[in-house]
Design a protein around this ligand. Structure first.
Ligand code: UP6
Length: 273
């Protein structure tokens, strides 16, 4: 059932969504399945991190609503650095509202997310309408970034006591199958390999992005729970997301390279298995 034993370049060639194709190609070119979670509260801190770690990552993950001086400089800087270092941008916005509100939060608005984020995520807590709402914006003929934007569903959460389990997670899979904008899930590796409903047909190839990755910490900072890069990728994660494990370390470039190596070795072991 799982596509996770296929190499990224094969998945790039067979995937139907241009954003997934591009992402797999970047991973293969840079030998990286690493995503940095750049949870900085100022534009300079964010852009410095993107410039320093850009060569080692496939995706740069942001929470722009925590940047106190967010504005034109942030947008221009992010786009420039994404082009310079060949990475994609994932705004971890976790849209969770009614469809029409989410459309306004995504396109236009104070944060101009559709302008610069290749990938965004959504929680369909209120049902599949919110995913349809984003799809409507992205596939509209007047939307300037058609074919360059994609959606992930927040299928699971890493926090202790998470309610994003069971029926909710299953519903995410059902909704994803109905949507042309959804390329995958934010979930633990297990979703990719254990779930019998996932990637069952030849055309289906959902990507698994995994948060809560850290080599040293088992977790419980305000409920956060961690797994190692190796465990995540072995379990079926396609892209590992690391925040504090990298940016609070003494030498973040060396640490990023180490996570990149660990993630890539685990991927190579998985496709060889
Ligand atoms: N994140 C999680 N768990 C989830 C969903 N998202 O940790 O279930 C996000 C957080 C943060 C990052 O919002 O940006 O992933 C994790 O950061 P950390 O590696 O520093 O713990």
């Amino acid at each position: 059932a799982s596509k996770s034993t296929l190499p990224y370049h094969i998945r790039a060639a067979s995937h139907q969504h241009p954003v997934a194709q591009k992402l797999f190609r970047i991973a293969e070119q840079k030998k990286s399945n690493l995503i940095i979670s750049a949870d900085f509260s100022d534009t300079d801190g964010l852009l410095n991190c993107a410039d320093e770690l850009g060569p080692y990552i496939a995706v740069f993950k942001t929470h722009v609503d925590i940047i106190h001086d967010f504005g034109e400089k942030t947008v221009v800087g992010l786009k420039k650095l994404a082009a310079k270092h060949n990475f994609m941008i994932f705004e971890d916005r976790k849209f969770v509202d009614i469809g029409s509100t989410v459309q306004k939060q995504y396109h236009g608005g104070a944060l101009r997310i559709s302008e610069w984020a290749d990938i965004v995520n959504v929680s369909p807590l209120g049902g599949g309408g919110v995913v349809e709402a984003l799809e409507q914006v992205i596939s509209n003929e007047t939307f300037p970034y058609r074919d360059e934007r994609a959606v992930l569903l927040l299928a699971e959460m890493t926090t202790a006591g998470s309610l994003a389990t069971g029926q909710y997670t299953q519903k995410c899979i059902d909704i994803a199958k109905q949507s042309s904008a959804v390329i995958g899930f934010v979930a633990t590796g297990g979703l990719g390999t254990v779930n019998p409903d996932l990637n069952t047909s030849a055309q289906e190839d959902f990507l698994i992005f995994t948060t809560g990755v850290n080599s040293c910490q088992s977790g419980n900072i305000l409920g956060q729970q961690y797994q190692t890069p190796e465990a995540a990728v072995k379990g079926g994660s396609d892209f590992i997301i690391v925040g504090r494990g990298i940016y609070t370390s003494e030498n973040r470039v060396e640490t990023a390279k180490q996570y990149q190596r660990e993630g890539w070795n685990a991927y190579e072991a998985r496709i060889a298995s």
